[in-house]
Design a protein around this ligand. Structure first.
Ligand SMILES: [Zn+2]
Length: 296
């Protein structure tokens, strides 16, 4: 899609205002959990390598996340005062009687003062979010030894450096205009306590509520320094990105030699302009060192 100059500058401003870093990172394993060592034609491995082989990125459903609190912050209808609820119900349906509203307030578990009773309503809310949002998560840096352990098969996998600005431009221009897009990028915020989300009928406040539900995590995850590309109204879908977005591949310090040969072959064939780097353990410090591999 060809954008006008004005549209292009809108996108530039969106990137600047959000202070999106120039590069963001995706840690990956080369082999799936089912097997170590080389194995031909494993479907799961193949799917995991699509970002290299087809330049496809995946917007995952929050239901697949490894943190059960992720995207599951509840709307606290129980904290709304009765007057507000009555007013809103009348706005939604002029014909609803006061008695009917009293009934709803008594029997709908979402308004219950008993947290046990609210649980079912919350599960339902989580399901709606999981079915309506797709998230492509990226990390803020490639040097974090814990992220290598958690997401790159204990350093046997690799990490991909993506040009985040180019990626945003690409995704925004698919779905211009940015203010109204079905996709946007957000930095995850980390907090000691779960935020309390009060439902609102104000559109702007409701959007802020949604952003909080989708981007606030416990501060034990702070080391991830995560950024999220969030796709609205759809989940579990893939999108192709241009090859230039993939700037660099960094091979984990524990990747077996056979795998290393294979990943170098794939990247050299598919992504001739992508640099290939390798992590090495600093023997005397809790730190990784990185050096470029010359393939030519
Ligand atoms: Zn596999």
């Amino acid at each position: 899609m060809n954008l006008t100059l004005e549209q292009k500058s809108d996108i530039e401003n969106a990137i600047k205002n959000k202070e999106v870093p120039k590069y963001l990172y995706k840690y990956r394993f080369w082999h799936c959990g089912g097997h170590k060592g080389p194995k031909q034609n494993c479907k799961l491995c193949e799917r995991n390598r699509l970002i290299l082989t087809k330049q496809a990125i995946w917007f995952a459903s929050p239901s697949s996340f490894n943190d059960p609190f992720d995207c599951k912050i509840p709307y606290r209808y129980d904290l709304l005062n009765e007057q507000t609820i009555r007013k809103r119900m009348k706005e939604l349906n002029k014909n609803v009687s006061d008695d009917e509203i009293s009934n709803i307030l008594t029997y709908n578990p979402i308004f219950s003062k008993d947290p046990e009773k609210r649980k079912a309503a919350y599960r339902n809310q989580s399901k709606i979010i999981s079915n309506n949002y797709g998230i492509f998560s990226l990390a803020g840096n490639y040097k974090n030894i814990l992220l290598w352990s958690h997401y790159a098969d204990s350093h046997r996998g690799y990490c991909i450096e993506l040009d985040a600005h180019l990626l945003i431009k690409e995704l925004y221009s698919l779905l211009y205009p940015p203010n109204n897009v079905a996709i946007d990028v957000y930095q995850v915020t980390y907090q000691e306590e779960m935020p309390i989300i009060i439902p609102t009928d104000n559109k702007e406040e409701d959007l802020q509520n949604y952003i909080q539900i989708l981007t606030v995590k416990s501060n034990v995850w702070e080391y991830e320094n995560e950024w999220r590309f969030i796709y609205e109204k759809n989940t579990n879908l893939s999108r192709y990105i241009p090859k230039q977005v993939i700037k660099r591949i960094i091979i984990g310090c524990e990747m077996p030699d056979d795998d290393k040969k294979n990943i170098i072959r794939v990247v050299t064939e598919q992504l001739p302009n992508t640099q290939i780097w390798e992590a090495q353990k600093d023997q005397e410090r809790f730190r990784l060192e990185f050096k470029q591999i010359q393939t030519a």
